[in-house]
Ligand binder design. Structure first.
Ligand code: NAD
Length: 272
């Protein structure tokens, strides 16, 4: 009953990017942030929350100029600068273009959010092609490691790296086999890199979302009527409910936290 009264849409068509009552207290004032997959869903919400907290944001996106321009508008409405970088993170030449642009415009980088990710429609192991496995790994984890390596020299005074993993890294998935394997790899990457960089004051953490209403899930799940219904909260979450954790991990509030994953999943209890 309370759900039907809520302003949260249930069909996933209009993901809530930022809550009206999210004031922001300039926790990221004068910071420079790069967000891959920052034009849509979770990444877009993170971009807008960062801007409300006072950060300039570079948004990396693959296709939709409309979504990117909309995100730019939302960032500029918060009084912050936005750089749009269009291309495929799995391509080395594009990654170099991104690094060169940030080096030229900002010289340094404070926050890197590795969030771009893909999943193919639900399928079982016998239906997964070699091409699909390759692409899922290239986009979700291989490019993440390479991007992080190449952005690190810009984090001269320290920095915050935040990677988007998934509940599937921990719970597994009956259908998203290759996808969940990449998300498990991301969680391990976070913990490993954190120990490697802690002394350099570069902190590495992750966020593991459960079911969140975004274009990604709309495209990949056949039946969304039960999406999120197996969580204790009996609903899927909104991007606006995930993004504040990224603000926390990007800000000084998390100054003694590294190598951790924040789970945002409505409870994620599936057992008896
Ligand atoms: P989304 O489709 O709205 O966003 C994905 C973003 O990734 C898009 O902005 C797209 O431009 C970008 N992207 C995809 N491939 C790219 C490429 N090759 N190069 C550059 N950019 C690329 O989906 P979302 O749900 O917001 O997903 C964001 C992240 O959250 C993903 O890593 C996803 O795996 C993860 N995640 C989502 C859920 C969920 O339920 N929505 C749950 C767990 C984890």
């Amino acid at each position: 009953k309370s759900e039907s009264k809520s302003k949260v849409p249930q069909d996933g068509l209009f993901p809530e990017i930022i809550r009206e009552n999210y004031l922001g207290s300039k926790k990221l004032l004068n910071k420079k942030a790069v967000i891959s997959g920052g034009d849509s869903g979770i990444g877009q919400a993170v971009a807008v929350h960062f801007a409300r907290e006072g950060a300039d944001v570079a948004v990396i996106y693959k296709e939709s100029d409309n979504d990117a321009k909309e995100t730019q508008k939302l960032i500029e409405k918060e009084g912050q600068k936005c750089i749009l970088l269009k291309g495929d993170v799995s391509k080395k030449a594009f990654r170099k273009k991104c690094i060169d642009k940030i080096k030229k415009d900002w010289a340094t980088l404070d926050i890197l959010v590795n969030n771009a990710g893909i999943q193919f429609p639900e399928n079982d192991i016998e239906n997964i092609s070699d091409e699909q496995i390759q692409e899922t790994f290239n986009v979700n984890i291989i490019s993440m490691i390479a991007f992080t390596r190449d952005f690190l020299p810009l984090m001269k005074e320290g920095g915050k790296i935040i990677c988007t993993t998934s509940v599937t890294a921990y719970r597994g998935s009956t259908h998203l086999i290759d996808y969940s394997a990449t998300k498990g790899a991301i969680a391990t990457f976070v913990r490993s890199l954190a120990t490697n960089l802690a002394e350099k004051k570069i902190y590495v953490n992750g966020v593991a979302p459960g079911p969140i209403w975004t274009p990604l899930v709309k495209e990949t799940f056949d039946d969304l009527s039960t999406f999120g219904k197996d969580t204790p909260m009996k609903r899927a979450g909104q991007p606006s409910e995930v993004a504040p954790a990224y603000v926390f991990l990007a800000s000084e509030d998390s100054s003694f936290i590294t190598g951790e994953i924040i789970h945002i999943n409505g409870g994620d209890f599936v057992g008896g």
